[in-house]
Design a protein around this ligand. Structure first.
Ligand SMILES: Nc1nc2c(ncn2[C@@H]2O[C@H](COP(=O)(O)OP(=O)(O)OP(=O)(O)O)[C@@H](O)[C@H]2O)c(=O)[nH]1
Length: 475
């Protein structure tokens, strides 16, 4: 019960595996600690003015917007797979942030005009920044509340495609609405920056505290609700923590073109870059897992569960393939049908489990006795078949004889009727053969039928022997 609940409360259980959680926790914790030290070391210098590098901030903002857009894309695709609404809300958060960043870049100095549209956009630009950061955090917080309140709530399988499209469009609508609202009310908005470029009114006022509170609540939400059960949870928490450091360093300077103003952007960049790295790593791991799963499923579909030999189904396709190849290359092909003698008595005396063990030992011996190109399969019950490509009748007879002796040599104690003289498990073998270039060529059914008839003859003749179908036809 508790396991089911725990897995529900974690994010992205479909794609993101638990295996690397401890490593992610350690790495995210370590990186957060290093960043905290860097932030603390920076604080005394945050106020110092720095060179005005007009393009630095637009470049930072573009990279950050691109990273967030890619994260949003990967996460909304994840919603398509796991159908969890919190996943969709997180993707909206990142897409919303990316879009508002893009809008904001237009207003920055040196991007479209020398002085920038900044002066013209100034009241909106800084409000866009406030809206972007708080909106992003609130959407993550909302995701955590939904995850906590309705952990089992899933989008229906039928509508998930349509809902994914809606969630992909929603951030555009939100961003346009925020932009329109701010533009429309630009004259009413309180100025958050003075003519000298100082925004200490924002940093040490209600808007600044609000932004910090949003990210602190988002971080607490991630920690308390997900309990960092998956790698993604850890990096999402790290990303929220990076935003808090970003704001603290940025607010300590509270003025444009200072050490704090520039360097704070590294923290925002770190938030997006590490999360994207974690996502890509998980996508790569998922690919590896799928490959392994596919290979396991394929092997299970062509192998017999008890013996590990090829299954009857695989044998059917293999025989058709090998017969066609033998015909094309005008080479011979032989088929052995091997059956354990008196197996019913063996089972009745020693029990079914011992019977299984006997089948396994005979199968292992069969595998041992053939070339890599020969195909050994379990035909059913205590019966096996072996396809011997490129093998003439003489060689096939010798091989079958060798196999018969090899199985006797295993010395599996047997219970026999009074007339049987071997106290060990033996096999009877029927052999059929397709000579090179023979016309009319035999079909699969003919070849199997002939081997089966030969096996029946071997049983009637007293068992523990090899009978070749060609002998009977010729004779
Ligand atoms: N333990 C075990 N027994 C199986 C398995 N598949 C089939 N059998 C048993 O194998 C026995 C086959 O019996 P029969 O077909 O009468 O053949 P037999 O006793 O070997 O007699 P001959 O073939 O004429 O020598 C049956 O009792 C089946 O229940 C299996 O996977 N495990």
């Amino acid at each position: 019960m508790s396991t089911a609940k725990t897995s529900c409360s974690s994010l992205m259980t479909t794609t993101f595996s638990a295996r690397y959680t401890r490593l992610s926790r350690f790495l995210a914790g370590l990186t957060a600690a290093v960043m905290t030290v860097v932030a603390l070391a920076l604080l005394p210098y945050a106020d110092l003015p720095a060179e005005r590098v007009a393009l630095l901030v637009p470049v930072f903002s573009s990279v950050q917007a691109t990273l967030n857009a890619v994260i949003a894309y990967l996460v909304v695709l994840q919603f398509y797979a796991d159908r969890k609404y919190p996943t969709a809300l997180i993707s909206i958060g990142f897409a919303f942030s990316a879009l508002l960043s893009a809008i904001q870049i237009v207003s920055l100095p040196g991007v479209f005009t020398e002085g920038g549209n900044f002066e013209r956009f100034a009241p909106i630009a800084i409000w866009l920044w406030v809206a972007r950061l708080s909106g992003h955090a609130l959407l993550i917080l909302l995701a955590m509340l939904v995850l906590k309140g309705r952990p089992a709530l899933l989008a229906s399988e039928r509508s998930v495609g349509y809902q994914t499209a809606v969630f992909a469009i929603m951030p555009v609508v939100l961003a346009v609405m925020v932009y329109a609202f701010l533009g429309y009310n630009r004259d009413l908005l309180p100025g958050l920056m003075d003519a000298s470029g100082s925004y200490s009114g924002l940093a040490h006022g209600r808007a600044g505290y609000f932004m910090l509170a949003c990210w602190t609540l988002a971080l607490l939400g991630i920690l308390l609700v997900t309990r960092l059960q998956r790698g993604f949870d850890c990096w999402l928490a790290f990303s929220a923590y990076s935003y808090i450091l970003y704001l603290i360093v940025n607010f300590t300077s509270a003025s444009r073109f200072t050490i704090g103003w520039y360097t704070s952007r590294f923290f925002e960049l770190a938030a997006a870059a590490t999360l994207l790295g974690a996502l890509l790593f998980e996508v790569l791991r998922m690919q590896q897992r799928l490959k392994k799963l596919y290979s396991n499923a394929y092997q299970a579909s062509i192998r017999d569960g008890l013996t590990g030999l090829y299954s009857r189904r695989y044998f059917d396709t293999a025989l058709a393939r090998e017969l066609a190849a033998a015909e094309r290359s005008r080479r011979p092909l032989s088929l052995l049908m091997v059956d354990i003698d008196y197996f019913k008595q063996y089972n009745d005396t020693h029990g079914h489990l011992a019977g299984d063990d006997c089948i396994r030992r005979v199968a292992a011996s069969l595998l041992d006795g053939f070339r890599g190109s020969d195909i050994v399969a379990r035909y059913g019950g205590e019966e096996f078949v072996v396809i011997l490509p490129d093998t003439g009748r003489e060689l096939a007879c010798q091989t079958a004889e060798r196999l018969r002796s090899q199985i006797m040599a295993l010395g599996i104690p047997s219970v026999r009727p009074a007339d049987a003289n071997e106290p060990v498990v033996t096999v009877s073998i029927g052999l059929s053969h397709q000579p090179p270039g023979a016309e009319p060529r035999k079909t699969m059914q003919t070849l199997i039928g002939e081997a089966d008839d030969a096996l029946y003859k071997a049983k009637r003749q007293g068992r523990n022997r090899v009978v070749c179908a060609a002998e009977r036809t010729d004779g």
